[in-house]
Design a protein around this ligand. Sequence first.
Ligand code: PA5
Length: 478
Amino acid sequence: MYTLDETFIKNNQIGLDITYIVNPVKGEPFISHDELNQMALIVVEKHRQLQRGEGDCRDGDIPMLGWQSLPDEITKAHLDEIVAVTNELAGKIDVFVSLGIGGSYLGIEATVKALTHTYFNELSRNQRGDRPQVYFLGQNTDPDFFHGTLDLFAGKRIGLNVISKSGTTTETAIAFRILRRLLEEKEGDRARELILATTDSKRGALRALSDQKGYKSFVIPNNIGGRFSVLTDVGLVRLAMAGIDIHEFVAGFRQMKKRADGDEFWSNPAMLHAAVRHLAYQKGKKIEVVATNSTAIYGLARWMEQLFPESEGHNGYGMWVSPSLYSEKLHANGQMVQDGERNILETFLCLGESTRNVEIPTDPDNLDGLNYLSDAGRKMNFINRLVIDGPAYAHFQGGVPNMTINIPRRNAFNIGQFYYLMERSVALSGYLAGHNPFVQPGVEAYKKAMFALAGKSGCEADSQAISTAINNLKQTVI
Ligand code: PA5
């Protein structure tokens, strides 16, 4: 069992600050303690339902709750195996390309960015801790992006991790077909040693292909949906390849699980977070701006942009999640947040301590008037903290209630805690809204139209109907 020092644990607790939700502005709090206490009765009931595996949680006949207990079920032996496999492959390659989309992509990229150097790929191999470069493909079908990325691989030894639970996702499958061909042409039979496949244990095209070709394969449990899968082999393999401490990552999930398992509303951050968001939605907040002061953890906001809308956006319900990087966005749609329609809830992902600090030099001429900072010994991270504290207060005063998730520093323990907190919160959110948060029937609609337009066999009838409908509608184009 992986153990962490008590002091480390104490100094690395994710915190939830709802000051600007429950305090009055113009005489009234946005949400009162009484309202939260009322809400707590319902939230605790939903929480217990989830823990008992009850409620609307099935995809087909499978209850999609495997992610809830996963942190306590992952074994050290399994993590060690992943580390061994990735270490061995790392020695044979210069670039490692992940192919996947949605839940088979976002959490992985977010974690790699959160926990590695800003310009990881531009560093020397030595500076990267003897790790290959990290690339992602299959997350879109933009040929220029695809080609631009392939151009970077010229002359390099490539390793692949193709990730798809269903094994039939078009974007991932197209990318894999191209890269597999490239690798096979270059390496012949050896190509299969350079490919890791992460997919369902039994079903799907990728499972069949992987078994046929003899790829080393990893499993996405069938009771865990894509957007809840960052702690499965989906994330773990890729993170280990980037040199991230996956034991510590799992420890972060376990730590938050302990807190989120608790029955007491006010000490359970997942219940409190879910209650605040639910009440905010009921009070007309339809957009959640998720803003951070760290480029490294901006990916976490992008991950939330999938986790919440894909789980909550059902039957005309759900908040739109808008990831924002501050200060940049304060000089753009920050105007809208402060003064536009009052339909916004804001959530800050506040990185407490940067890994490095930057001095602000004293200038004898002081023409820019900044010596007040340097004279007081203020460094850049002081200002970077204020790009949360300043807007949080100003937006609150302007009628945008906001809460802050405090992430003490960039380490695998904190990122693990954060993911688990959000997973528990969104599951509660779906239950509170009265729908199943573990399915995404809406995503199927675009696939159906796209397959029909592409002429996929079996879709002929739809193809004719959709093409005709589009042609008629397009007559309104001028
Ligand atoms: O959360 C989800 O289930 C989705 O976002 C999937 O992760 C995404 O559609 C990719 O699916 P797959 O892993 O089957 O290729």
